[in-house]
Design a protein around this ligand. Structure first.
Ligand SMILES: [Zn+2]
Length: 278
């Protein structure tokens, strides 16, 4: 699950000349969710050929780039879908399609959301225009440029010998334990965020941070940066209203943990594999 082949996708803002729309993929977002056709239980986006026969009103279209030699578009649309088509939230795609297709759906979702929420300049109120070269919006009056919004956050597994610290978030409805996470603040390095979040959430100091990898998490626009960190000092003190409880666990005595689609799980599995000498 960790890596997605970086060569799967080439990000572009304009389609190549003579590009075929017929076999392109269209991530079609309607008020009901992302439109999909289901083949053998696996959802897929609509092709250009299928799109032509749909009785829908297109409100915005963005070219996203090329996915394995296939052009990919994101479309905001309204209308009634014929039989055989369904619309599902992005979360319903998670775990049902291969990871690179999920991240593509997440990309479409985020670009469309950004387009919808950045129609007017935040500084002078004039209607924004598309930037001539980049995926950005440009104010024709005051030249403000707005790029799609991303919210970097850290996610960290704290380890102590064979043990790992997992916490239950006070807001979660289920009895699930996971790694600690938090958003990067302006002016911070991601390493500073790790130290600050760990101290705020469980009152511990950590050392020897090790960056393992990242995950795009489009709910709504996070970029999760994953770390392992070793326990340094302190006693667990849970942050009120944020962390309900936090404990040290060993691989042979684990609580409910997140599914394999989540970076928190990859961090946990990596540590367990390392401890078992894999
Ligand atoms: Zn402006």
């Amino acid at each position: 699950m960790w890596p997605v082949d970086p060569e799967d996708f080439v990000s572009l803002t304009t389609p190549p000349e003579n590009a075929s729309r017929d076999d392109a993929w269209f991530f079609l977002k309607t008020p009901q969710g992302l439109v999909c056709l289901t083949e053998q239980g696996i959802p897929r986006p609509v092709t250009g050929d299928e799109l032509r026969w749909l009785d829908i009103e297109i409100q915005a279209e963005h070219y996203l780039g090329r996915f394995r030699d296939r052009c990919v578009y994101a479309i905001e649309a309204r209308g009634t879908l014929p039989e055989g088509y369904s619309a599902a939230g992005l979360r319903d795609w998670l775990g049902r399609v291969e990871p690179s297709v999920f991240y593509l759906a997440g990309r479409a979702h985020q670009v469309l959301d950004w387009h919808k929420t950045h129609r007017f300049c935040g500084r002078c109120g004039v209607e924004m225009e598309d930037h001539p070269a980049d995926r950005a919006k440009l104010c024709p009056s005051c030249n403000l440029i707005c790029y799609p919004r991303l919210s970097p956050s850290i996610i960290v597994l704290i380890t102590k010998g064979q043990e790992m610290l997992l916490a239950r978030n006070a807001q979660w409805p289920t009895n699930m334990f996971s790694t600690l996470a938090g958003f990067v603040e302006p002016g911070e390095s991601i390493e500073q965020t790790v130290h600050r979040e760990v101290l705020e959430e469980v009152g511990l100091k950590v050392k020897n941070l090790q960056y393992l990898g990242s995950q795009s998490w489009p709910f709504p626009n996070s970029l999760m940066l994953g770390f392992h960190a070793e326990y340094d000092s302190g006693e667990i003190v849970c942050q009120d209203e944020e962390i309900a409880e936090a404990h040290w666990f060993t691989p042979d005595d684990m609580p409910n943990i997140p599914p394999k689609t989540a970076i928190s799980r990859w961090l946990i599995d990596d540590f367990i594999n390392q401890s078992s000498g894999d």
